[in-house]
Design a protein around this ligand. Structure first.
Ligand SMILES: *Cc1c(COP(=O)(O)O)cnc(C)c1O
Length: 327
């Protein structure tokens, strides 16, 4: 697997490197989804990870892989969401400075969420692009290191530790369903899982509204598509026209990509609340949504990866009550 610049060895190294920060999250059998799918279905509740999402794994591995000097200079991220939170926590745990750049339009609660994990937030300009200009300035003028959310070997290796954990907790699984955006998570999971169990099926799930990786795979190369508002907001954004890792790994190792409507995402959040009794965000719910919608045929025990829980609680309340809110 060295062909991709990251593989099982790097994932095993990552597991040791992040063990004191990252918790092993619960794997729970779901009787209701098992009945529906006619196969044993388990849910991997990675939403219970510290900072509320798996992003902590990749960020912690990437920060700890830096040299002493680079760590002392600090890290920069551009994120309003789970990557920002994970990076902030990862940097603090390594004693590194962390600045997260975002646009002035980002809601105050998101800014506070990232500050609460220990990062400095810098709000500049009125768009993500302007936030990126500020990040580049920090890198050039202060020697800080930019850490991206998915297309980075150490980030992918960190997310891959989730693949190892799933295989240990559910060795009988024949299929893993995994939320998919830029593909750092599914790349790591697929590299780990297929190195150990080449026959395991890996299925990616995205929202239909703005699925950049799916569109890129169809086109045969990374392409840009319009970003649309969706209940799966952590799955938005492109994969980068200069994508180095995740496009090729998804092309080679992911067996299928399934797309969900907003109604199907809302149904998954609702099901998880009423039947599984857990609060999860839209992006975290899509693997459950794919099974609920009958969009995957299972040929044996399946693991559904739930990736995050950082949802606005007023929005969650409306969805749990039966709405499919326009966002
Ligand atoms: C980032 C994120 C994803 C997608 O991860 P990628 O590595 O970009 O594919 C899925 N779910 C949640 C909750 C996330 O924060």
């Amino acid at each position: 697997m060295a062909a991709y610049g990251v593989g099982l060895l790097e994932i095993e190294t990552a597991r040791d490197r992040i063990a004191d920060v990252v918790s092993a999250t619960p794997m729970v059998a779901s009787p209701s989804l098992s009945t529906r799918a006619n196969q044993p279905v388990s849910i991997k509740f990675e939403c219970k990870q510290r900072t509320g999402s798996f992003k902590l794994r990749g960020a912690t591995n990437a920060v700890r892989a830096l040299s002493q000097d680079a760590r002392a200079a600090g890290v920069v991220g551009v994120s309003t969401g789970n990557h920002g939170r994970g990076l902030a926590y990862a940097a603090r745990s390594a004693g590194a400075r962390c600045i997260v750049c975002m646009s002035e339009l980002v809601p105050e609660n998101k800014v506070r969420g990232i500050e609460a994990e220990g990062a400095e937030v810098r709000t500049v300009g009125r768009s993500q692009d302007e936030a990126e200009v500020e990040a580049k300035r920090l890198i050039a003028e202060h020697g800080m290191t930019y850490l991206p959310p998915f297309d980075h070997a150490d980030v992918i290796a960190g997310q891959g530790t989730l693949g190892l954990e799933i295989l240990e907790q559910a060795p009988e699984a024949t299929t893993i369903l995994c939320p998919l955006s830029g593909g750092g998570l599914i790349s790591g999971v697929a590299l780990a899982a297929k190195a150990i169990r080449p026959d395991l099926r890996i299925i990616g799930v995205s929202m239909a509204r703005g699925a950049a990786m799916h569109a890129s795979q169809e086109a045969g190369r990374p392409i840009e598509i319009e970003e649309l508002p969706t209940l799966a907001d952590s799955l938005g954004g492109g994969i980068g026209l200069d994508n180095r890792y995740t496009f090729a790994i998804v092309r080679d190792l992911v067996d299928e990509i399934v797309l969900l409507s907003e109604e199907e995402i809302a149904a998954a959040i609702r099901h998880t609340y009423w039947e599984e009794r857990e609060i999860i965000e839209g992006s975290g719910s899509v693997a459950i949504g794919a099974v609920l919608a009958g969009k995957v045929a299972l040929d044996g025990p399946a693991v559904l990866l739930v990736t995050g829980r950082n949802i606005d609680m007023a929005l969650h309340h409306r969805i749990a009550g039966g709405e499919v809110p326009e966002v």
